[in-house]
Design a protein around this ligand. Structure first.
Ligand SMILES: [Zn+2]
Ligand SMILES: [Zn+2]
Length: 146
């Protein structure tokens, strides 16, 4: 089994913890064949969850949650792990905000499973932060260019 598949399977398991009714998104951050952070989309600590207070829909998206990839990055920061050069595995294509954040942190690449395009993301970002779509059937990577 290749690492891409193993890490994405792990991200899929993480997604099951999400309490947002709109989307369950899981993420895993790995570097040098080691997982350094895992997360899923959920309310920030001490903030009501989507299960408790319902989703907060603005512009067709739930704004209550912190996104899965940011949740995984937060774990890396808490554990003082250097994320530079790491790969982010995420079940859904990242939004523009997360993409900018990941690019700024010096992450090496993003691998996603489900397309969830954000029309705000300029195509140039996919050149700066190499982004790959993982095939559900073969687990092969395909470069995503927007
Ligand atoms: Zn929600
Ligand atoms: Zn996001």
């Amino acid at each position: 089994m290749n690492n891409d598949k193993a890490y994405m399977d792990c991200a899929i398991l993480m997604a099951e913890h999400s309490r947002c009714k709109r989307a369950h998104v899981g993420a895993v951050i790995a570097v040098d064949n080691k997982i350094i952070g895992m997360g899923y989309n959920d309310s920030p600590e001490n903030f009501p969850t989507c299960e408790e207070d319902g989703c907060m829909i603005i512009d067709g998206h739930c704004q209550r949650t912190e996104h899965g990839e940011l949740s995984a990055l937060k774990e890396c920061l808490r554990k003082q792990k250097d994320v530079k050069g790491a790969t982010v595995y995420v079940t859904h294509q990242p939004c523009f905000y997360c993409t900018k954040f990941m690019l700024g942190l010096g992450l090496k690449e993003v691998v996603f499973l489900n397309r969830y395009p954000d029309e705000r993301t300029p195509k140039a970002f996919y050149m700066m932060l190499p982004t790959y779509e993982l095939s559900k059937l073969t687990s092969e990577r395909k470069r995503y260019l927007g």
